[in-house]
Design a protein around this ligand. Structure first.
Ligand code: NI
Length: 140
């Protein structure tokens, strides 16, 4: 049984969001999302950590060249979300409530087709230093 290793790249973006469900009343939105439902939104300094699992290539010692992983994250996530309003400006987040959970899943879907060495293992999306959501793909 070959041994799997895990490599992770961390990246940062700043963005605004508003948490609300358009099918809720104003009162329900406030009860569920509290300050995060405020009408004009608010900002976060987000971090995303992308973990790829695989076996090191015996020729390079790399599971995946992290410079390549950085470039994939920049092109398919950061360029779309940095300094944007996540409810309005981002095609791949359209129609979802931009919680850390939902952003993590959407970023997974953006990244997964481009990971060709090893496989995407986890996406962690930090909304604050204390709070993050982690997605590891669909259950098989
Ligand atoms: Ni928030």
């Amino acid at each position: 049984m070959p041994s799997l290793l895990y490599v992770t790249r961390r990246a940062h973006f700043s963005a605004a969001h508003r948490l609300f469900n358009p099918s809720f009343s104003d009162r329900e939105n406030e009860a569920v999302f509290d300050k995060c439902a405020s009408v004009n939104g608010h900002g976060h300094n987000y971090y995303i950590e992308v973990t790829v699992a695989g076996e090191p290539d015996p020729r390079t010692g790399y599971v995946m060249d992290l410079k390549k992983l950085k470039a994939i994250i920049d092109e398919h996530v950061i360029a779309h979300v940095d300094h944007k309003h996540l409810n309005m400006d981002v095609e791949f987040l359209r129609g979802i409530i931009p919680t850390a959970e939902n952003i993590a899943v959407a970023c997974w879907n953006q990244l997964e087709p481009h990971i060709l060495n090893g496989h995407l293992y986890a996406v962690r999306l930090y909304e604050t230093e204390q709070n993050f959501a982690e997605y590891k793909g669909e259950h098989s």
